[in-house]
Design a protein around this ligand. Structure first.
Ligand code: TXD
Length: 311
């Protein structure tokens, strides 16, 4: 029997994620949204691509949760996205309520699932979903680092006129302006990028990466990025469904790793059937370590604001 994936929020990221999974055909997908008819319509449209793409996977849309029962993976993209001039943190209160409601619905119906949270502000939302679900920390994980790292790798590959496949990098920390690209362990064709790109130019590339989401929001005007985000989510879903044990930067609950305790922060993790199977500890330079702590402090501030709200 094919595995089952529920995607909550059938907007830009959710629908594109569903499409990527259904096109590959490895799991049946249930797409849930509050807008009546919309997830059903998108699902039917996607299903009708099957004869063309050769995918036998089923995809259905729903406005309620009955049909999501016993999913192997649940992706939460429900909420509002940024408009120009908004920071991710501006979404906190609205999305906290939505992510909390969605989490309790899916957690009761798919108690053994791995939850992948996407809604912003990402680190705070995944922490909230962890609390509401009551799931073990391994089965609640956030998507951001793969996207931030992909943005960084894209800009580096462009700069060096080199295949994207030869550029290896990690962007850690919270999914915000304080994210931390690890220059020390970023290589192109095996050579440290600091030897290939002059420091001031590298600095510009780091800033463009940190501002990567806002750059796209500024161009789109009506919403935020979704092609690269959905590709990142799909990579995580695949790692879980196929038990790939892939090392990917994801938001995971740290309990002492990297000197951070009780907080979801972006770090490299081994992602497999059990969710986050381990946190990989990369050696950081003192500057990177300080930047990661600073980024974690920004996440902690949001958690504190959420803590003052009724659950
Ligand atoms: O790196 C990352 N983590 C991110 C996060 C990258 C891209 C987008 N990021 C965030 O994901 C973004 O800031 C938003 O908070 C979410 C979803 O972004 P998307 O671009 O898909 O937003 P849309 O197109 O507005 O879709 C959101 C959908 C929309 O169809 C709503 O009707 C639905 O969410 N929604 C709900 N569905 C189910 N249940 C509830 N309660 C609900 N409320 C809204």
């Amino acid at each position: 029997m094919r595995k089952k994936v529920t995607v909550v929020g059938a907007g830009n990221v959710g629908a594109t994620t569903a499409q990527r999974i259904v096109d590959k055909g490895y799991a049946d997908v249930v797409l849930v949204d509050v807008v009546e008819g919309m997830p059903q319509g998108k699902a039917l449209d996607m299903l009708q691509a099957g004869p063309i793409t050769g995918s036998d996977a089923s995809v259905t849309g729903a406005n309620s949760y009955e049909s999501t029962a016993n999913s192997d993976v649940v992706v939460i993209t429900a909420g509002i996205a940024r408009k120009p001039g908004m920071s991710r943190d501006d979404l906190l209160m609205t999305n906290m309520k939505i992510v909390g409601e969605v989490t309790s619905q899916v957690a009761t119906r798919s108690p053994k699932s791995v939850l992948i949270v996407v809604s912003n502000p990402l680190d705070a939302m995944v922490q909230h979903a962890y609390r509401v679900s009551g799931f073990p920390k391994q089965r609640v994980v956030g998507m951001a680092g793969i996207l931030d790292t992909a943005r960084f790798r894209t800009f580096l590959a462009q700069e060096l006129k080199m295949s994207i496949t030869n550029v290896q990098a990690y962007v850690l920390g919270g999914h915000g302006d304080s994210m931390v690209p690890l220059i020390g362990s970023t290589t192109a064709g095996g050579v440290p990028v600091s030897e290939l790109i002059p420091a001031p130019r590298l600095d510009e590339i780091v800033k463009r990466t940190q501002n990567g989401g806002a750059e796209i929001v500024g161009l789109l005007k009506t919403g935020s990025a979704y092609y690269a985000p959905s590709a990142a989510v799909e990579q995580m879903v695949e790692a879980v469904i196929f038990d790939r044990k892939a090392v990917l930067p994801c938001a995971a609950l740290l309990e002492g790793e990297y000197g951070i305790n009780g907080l979801y922060v972006g770090v490299p993790v081994k992602l497999g059937a059990g969710g986050v199977e381990s946190v990989i500890q990369v050696k950081l330079t003192p500057q990177e370590d300080a930047a990661l702590k600073k980024s974690a402090a920004a996440v902690r501030e949001l958690i504190a604001i959420m803590g003052k709200q009724p659950a």
